[in-house]
Ligand binder design. Structure first.
Ligand code: FAD
Length: 403
C-alpha cells in the first residue's frame, strides 16, 4: 500500500512515524512545499527570536534518519499542485505520485497585508525562513511594529522586548484576543504587554504600510498617526492551505476553505484523510462542535491518528480530545485547555490568573497564566465532562494552596 503525505511539517511527520510504528512496510512519500526537512514552529517566535546572531533552524530529524531509518521518500521544495481522487494521484511539479492512502497535512498560510508583497522589512511569521529574516532584522536593532495582537504577534513583541528593542503592537480590536479567550483574559494579555514596555495601540486599524525604495518606512494608522518602522511583522491570522485541492472532490469548509473531516479524520473521499491546522474535525466531547485548531498538540495527535486510520480504516476510532495550547509572553506561560465557546467565563484567581469556561453545567475550558500543574487538572475535568460547581470548588482550593 502506497502512503502519501502532503505537508512536511508536524502533522505530516507524525503521520509518517505513526505509519511505521503501526507496522506499515510499504512505500511512504512525504511531499513538502518548503525546501526544508520538517522542523518545529513554536520555538520560532520564542527562543529562536530571543537569541541573536546568524542561525539556522534545526529539523526534527535528519535526512538520513528519515530516508534510511523511516524509509521515507522525500519530495521537498515543490508544492503539490493538484489532487486527482479518481486516478488517486497527486501532482508535484512534472510528477504524478500515486497513492492508496493519502494524508492532507498542508497546514495554514498567513494572510498577507494587502499591497505589501515584495516590500523589504515586512514579514509574517510561519516558516523558518521568516524567523531567520526577523531575527536578523532584530539583530540590526530594527524599530519594530507588530500588526495584530494575536499569540504569534505578541510573542514577537515579547522577543523584541527581551532583546531590549522598542516595539509597538497595533490591534484593531479594543482588547487582544478577547474574541478567542474572553474579555478578562484579554485584559490580562494587554496588561502583560504594557507591564513589559510594549507600546500597545488598541482599537485602531492599520491604514497602510509605507515604504520608500522598496523598503518599509512605517505604519500609518487609521487615526493618521505614522509609526516609523524598519521591521513590520504582520500577525493577522492564517488561512488553510487548500488551494491545491480545488476541484478534487475533497469537501472544503465554505468560509475558510479548510478540509472537512469526520471524527476519524476521514474526508469522505476513499483513502483520503486530513490532519493538523488544515482540518475541521467534529469533537464529540463538545457537542460535536466542528473545530479547526491551530495548536501543536492537535496537529501531532491528528497526524498520528490519520495515518493509522488511513492504513486500517476498519480500526478507526473517533477522536474526542481536549484541545490544548500554550503561549509564552515576557517570561510568562499562558495555557488554555478545552474550548472558549461557552455560556460564561469566570475568573477564579486574579493573583497569577485563572479563568474557567462554562457551557451548561459543565466546565469546558480553562485558561491559566503560570499555573502549569493546575491547568492539567482542569484538562482532566474537561475530558471527564466535569461538573461546573465541582470545578469552581476545586479552583478555590487550588488558588489558595498555590497548586
Ligand atoms: P504546518 O506546520 O502549517 O505545516 C504545513 C506544511 O505543509 C508546511 O510546511 C507547508 O509549507 C506545507 N504545504 C502547504 N501547502 C502545500 C502543498 N500544496 N504541497 C506540499 N506542502 C504544502 N501552537 C501551540 O500550541 N503553541 C505554541 O506556542 C505555538 N507557537 C507557534 C509559533 C509559530 C511561529 C507558529 C507558526 C505556530 C505556532 N503554533 C503553536 C502552532 C503550531 O506550530 C501548528 O499548530 C502546527 O505547526 C501545525 O502543524 P501542521 O503540520 O498541521 O501544519
Amino acid at each position: 500500500m502506497d502512503l502519501v503525505v502532503v505537508g512536511a511539517s508536524l502533522a505530516g511527520l507524525r503521520a509518517v512515524e505513526s505509519a511505521r510504528r503501526a507496522g506499515h512496510t510499504g512505500p511512504i512519500t512525504l511531499i513538502g512545499a518548503e525546501p526544508h526537512l520538517p522542523y518545529d514552529r513554536p520555538p520560532l517566535s520564542k527562543a529562536f527570536l530571543c537569541a541573536g546572531g546568524p542561525a539556522q533552524v534545526r529539523p526534527f530529524r535528519g535526512e538520513a534518519e528519515l530516508r534510511d531509518e523511516l524509509g521515507v521518500r522525500l519530495l521537498l521544495g515543490t508544492p503539490a499542485q493538484t489532487l486527482d481522487t479518481v486516478a488517486c494521484e497527486v501532482s508535484v511539479g512534472d510528477q504524478a505520485v500515486p497513492y492508496d492512502a493519502l494524508i492532507i497535512a498542508t497546514g495554514a498560510s498567513p494572510r498577507p497585508f494587502p499591497g505589501t508583497s515584495g516590500i523589504a522589512g515586512v514579514h509574517q511569521l510561519r516558516t523558518s525562513d521568516d524567523a531567520v529574516a526577523i531575527r536578523s532584522a532584530l539583530d540590526g536593532g530594527a524599530r519594530t511594529v507588530v500588526v495584530g495582537a494575536g499569540f504569534i504577534g505578541s510573542e514577537v513583541a515579547s522577543a523584541a522586548r527581551a532583546r531590549g528593542h522598542e516595539v509597538t503592537v497595533v490591534e484593531a480590536a479594543s482588547l487582544p484576543l478577547s474574541r478567542s479567550i474572553g474579555v478578562d483574559a484579554g485584559t490580562v494579555c494587554a496588561d502583560l504587554h504594557r507591564a513589559n514596555g510594549t507600546d500597545l495601540r488598541l482599537g485602531v486599524g492599520v491604514a497602510a504600510i509605507e515604504s520608500s525604495d522598496g523598503r518599509v518606512t512605517g505604519v500609518r494608522l487609521d487615526d493618521g498617526t505614522v509609526l516609523a518602522a524598519d521591521l513590520v511583522v504582520v500577525g493577522t491570522g492564517v488561512a488553510p492551505a487548500t488551494g491545491w485541492l480545488r476541484g478534487s472532490g475533497v469537501p472544503l469548509h465554505e468560509r475558510d476553505g479548510g478540509v472537512l473531516c469526520d471524527e476519524t479524520l476521514w474526508t469522505g473521499v476513499p483513502g483520503v484523510y486530513a490532519a493538523g491546522d488544515v482540518a475541521h474535525v467534529p469533537n464529540p466531547l463538545f457537542d460535536g462542535d466542528l473545530m479547526r485548531l491551530e495548536h501543536w498538540t492537535s496537529a501531532a495527535e491528528q497526524g498520528a491518528a490519520a495515518a493509522r486510520h488511513a492504513l486500517d480504516p476498519a480500526s478507526a476510532r473517533g477522536l474526542a480530545p481536549v484541545p490544548y495550547f500554550w503561549s509564552d509572553w515576557y517570561g510568562h506561560r499562558i495555557q488554555f485547555v478545552g474550548t472558549p465557546d461557552c455560556d460564561e467565563v469566570q475568573v477564579v484567581d486574579t493573583d497569577t490568573f485563572t479563568a474557567l469556561y462554562r457551557r451548561g453545567d459543565r466546565i469546558v475550558g480553562a485558561l491559566t497564566v503560570d499555573r502549569p500543574r493546575e491547568v492539567m487538572k482542569f484538562r482532566k475535568r474537561i475530558a471527564e465532562r466535569g461538573d461546573w460547581s465541582e470545578a469552581l470548588a476545586f479552583a478555590g482550593v487550588s488558588a489558595r494552596e498555590g497548586a
